[in-house]
Design a protein around this ligand. Sequence first.
Ligand code: SF4
Length: 427
Amino acid sequence: MEQHRLGGLDIVIGRWGSREYAKVSYPLRYGCFSEIVSPEIACQFNLNGELKFLQGRGRDWPHPAEWLKRSPGGDWIYYSGGEYREIFGLFGEYYVPRLSYRSNCIFRNDPFQDDRVNSALQAWGPLCEGLTDLLPSAGTGPLRDFVESVCEHDPAALARRARRLHALLGGRLSVLPPDTRHVDYDVIPVVVADGCLYHCTFCAVKSARAFRPRSRDDIQAQIEGLRELYARDVANYNSLFLGCHDALAAGGEKIAFAAARAHEVLEMGASYMKGARLFLFGSVDSLLSSGEDVFEAIRRLPFYTHINVGLESADSETLEALGKPVSAGRVARAFERMLEINRSYPNIEVSANFVCGMRLPPGHLPSVVSLAGERLNRQAEKGALYLSPLLDGTPLQASEKRKLLQAFREVKMRIRMPVYLYLIQRL
Ligand code: SF4
């Protein structure tokens, strides 16, 4: 680690953060990063010199334990704190991710409308411009290399890199699995299949495309492009997301090929971060039609694998209202299969999503409680249930939010498995 002072800026190069992701109630940084602190903002950069974290300084900033994170897809996420025990009970983390785009957040106050947050965001561009003027004073060696790499990744360059990521994948990924919270959403994405099996009418993240697995050549080309794009910062990644909406339906062979190639080419075995993880979505039909050979193939991969399955409801009337073309009986069988896989494969963990909302048929939440409650007579050792708020585009009124949280707590108290809210996050 090196410390420098340059033109009124404090610069630290090569700082080592934690090697393991953890659930802690204070800001914890992961991997290797560098830092520039000006009187207005503190910025942290990845190994390519791309801005990743930003925090305002001084008394004006909303809270010392709150900060902004920039995703490789170019979005800002505000990590909001609050009453820690309550937040952990709702989300399984000690923060609420507040997004700079429309999602299914149930909270009305928006940090991106807050002048203090916007001032911090706006301070980054001028800081970057000022750094260019300071280059002649940076001498030679690591300080100059670092300052140069930050100047190369000004706001326009970062936007171009985000567009390049989306072009490589064939489009923006509209949703990440909720389990990616376990690695602070730090996943490298590879698309193994487009579209999904159902095109449910309620879904705001679906693609118009019919379900279609990508070819091996396409997957290989993505991985090579990603290796080039993530460049030196691959050392900070050990987690992979196989997209998009139902990678499990692409089959064990395609999953194993993509995961093994990515692990090798992206050098995940040599990552600074410990414990490689693989994330993917599944569906009722892909889960029920995947035989033991598929899970054996996944088990043999050098990852701990999280599969998230969208069940949505166990009530026929609700499934119909959601426009989800599966029967309540198949949802129940898929839930059973999820428990079976969690018991049988030590390095595979399946979680399930259900919707929640005020305008759903009255049988919906009781059906979830009855399904999960009846089949779990002791605390599940693995897996989780996520309740995804279903909003119609308008923010919840205070009374609606209160009722939704009350319903959530009732479900949580009656199911012997972790239950959390799922706020949809894209990449
Ligand atoms: S909920 Fe899943 S299966 Fe249904 S449309 Fe959305 S992505 Fe497709």
